[in-house]
Design a protein around this ligand. Structure first.
Ligand code: AMP
Length: 468
């Protein structure tokens, strides 16, 4: 399995604060849900870059000593989430390189769809890569650009790549934040004691008590230095294609993102689900934590009482993380337990945000029956996930996505539910009203917004690579 397709990540950057690295460290804590494989920070002390990086959670990677070494008034940080493939320190970010203009640090969230071609060209022209991740391609393109001015070099490099990128770049005396023209992945801007902060999600600003200013626009490049902040739109304009799955599952519910607050959107999706697929039942029970908000919405709309009939152990990782299915099956049991007192003798509606392989739902239905549920109805607050994501959400291959290979009825039988319903795409998109075309829904409808040179061939390459 080539791990370059597995980059769900969180990025943070701070410019002009005496506690830059500490703030970035806290920011990475707030973004831990976006990546648990590795964490890293690069700080800038008057042009000298300090680099601390490691495998694991933010709390495991950093200690007082490591943080103490991260001196300087600016810093950038990165959390990486790699669910399958080789987890290696060489793929951890931020990447730090030397080029003709000095040191350059980069933290990237998103996946590029033409990284392989560019990488092959660069390698045949003599470039030496240190990692297997997409992001290093960007560093090489910046370093090799013939443009003189750094901003032009960045524009030149980023104009050659296709796909999703929300990036933070840091060099000797400046920091840059940029979002691809479609805006697949989030990135926002804040201010703290005169310093600028950029982060994947607004919950970072809440934690460090920075003033939230705004989202960085799709296609916008921000340059921040001692003179202040300047905004550029150097790329060809594209229609916005925000990742709808950020709203469904990935982002924290206390974040504001893509022009909406995630909490309300998720809850609204639950209401839509109740309108579209009502059930005669006694209890609405969420799969914690992913189904909680849509279950609140479902309960409010249907009038069926909400109960926490499943309890999650928060000290184990997500089941999805474990690469071998034998371990994953075990993972669901270790993570969730049913509350007999709540469930026994009841007709239960279980709400989750999505079904990927079907493992979680199957285990949960079984667990609920074991503690005496009379009926178990499964309701999912998004449409069937049928297509892999190539823009930065980790999804397994098409083959492994249960909705791409089984009919609704076969899925229901597999998870052993009494009934099963997924929110339809049209109903879900009602939440966005006139903004429904602003979202990428490729995981549901297979319409990939970034077209590849030879789309069919590229798709096959990508599918094959994911299956390696
Ligand atoms: P599965 O057992 O494979 O069907 O996984 C379903 C569970 O994984 C649901 O509870 C989802 O909330 C969660 N999930 C969905 N997408 C992802 C993802 N990209 N990464 C991790 N977990 C996910």
């Amino acid at each position: 399995m080539d791990d370059k397709f597995h980059d769900e990540c969180g990025v943070v950057g701070v410019f002009g604060h005496p506690e830059a690295a500490n703030l970035v460290y806290l920011g990475l804590y707030a973004l831990q849900h976006r990546g648990q494989e590795s964490a890293g920070i690069v700080s800038n002390e008057n042009g000298i870059m300090h680099h601390e990086i490691g495998m694991g959670l933010v709390a495991d990677v950093f200690n007082t000593e490591r943080l103490g070494r991260l001196k300087g008034l600016s810093a950038i940080g990165h959390n990486r989430y790699s669910t399958e493939g080789i987890s290696e320190i060489k793929n951890a970010q931020p990447c730090l390189s030397q080029y003709s203009g000095g040191s350059l640090a980069l933290a990237h969230n998103g996946n590029l769809v033409n990284a392989k071609e560019i990488r092959d060209e660069l390698v045949s022209a003599g470039s030496i890569f240190q990692s297997t991740n997409d992001s290093e391609v960007i560093v090489h393109l910046i370093a090799q650009s013939k443009k003189v001015n750094f901003l032009d070099r960045v524009t030149d490099a980023l104009s050659q790549i296709q796909g999703a990128f929300s990036l933070v770049l840091m060099r000797n005396d400046s920091l840059y934040a940029v979002r691809d023209p479609y805006g697949f992945r989030p990135l926002c801007l804040g201010k703290l004691d005169g310093a600028y902060v950029v982060a994947s999600e607004s919950c970072v600003m809440d934690l460090i008590e920075a003033e939230y200013l705004r989202e960085i626009e799709p296609g916008e490049l921000l340059e921040i230095d001692d003179k202040g902040i300047r905004s550029y739109f150097p790329f060809e304009k594209k229609p916005p294609k925000f990742c709808v799955f950020e709203h469904i599952y990935f982002a924290r519910p206390d974040s504001y993102q893509f022009g909406g607050d995630v909490y309300s959107i998720r809850k609204q999706m639950g209401k839509c689900l109740a309108q579209e697929s009502p059930v005669d039942a006694d209890l609405v029970v969420p799969v914690p934590d992913s189904g909680v908000l849509s279950a609140i919405g479902y309960s409010e709309e249907s009038g069926i009482p909400f109960e926490m009939g499943l309890i999650r152990n928060h000290y184990v990782g997500r089941t999805f993380i474990e690469p071998q299915s034998q371990i994953r099956h075990f993972g669901v049991k270790i993570k969730l337990n049913a509350v007999r007192k709540v469930i026994e003798g009841k007709r239960v509606v279980i709400i989750d945000d999505s079904i990927v392989r079907g493992t979680t739902s199957r285990k949960i239905v079984k667990m609920l029956r074991e503690v005496g549920a009379l009926e178990v109805h499964v309701r999912i607050s998004s449409p069937p996930t049928q297509h892999p994501c190539f823009y930065g959400i980790d999804t397994p291959t098409k083959e492994e996505l249960i909705a791409s290979k089984k009919t609704l009825e076969d899925t229901r039988k597999y998870i052993t539910a009494d009934t099963l319903h997924y929110l339809t795409l049209d109903k879900m998109m009602e939440v966005y009203k006139e903004r429904k075309d602003h979202f990428c829904k490729a995981c549901f409808d297979g319409n990939y917004p970034v077209t590849f040179q030879d789309e069919d061939e590229k798709q096959m390459d990508l599918f094959a690579a994911k299956e390696e």
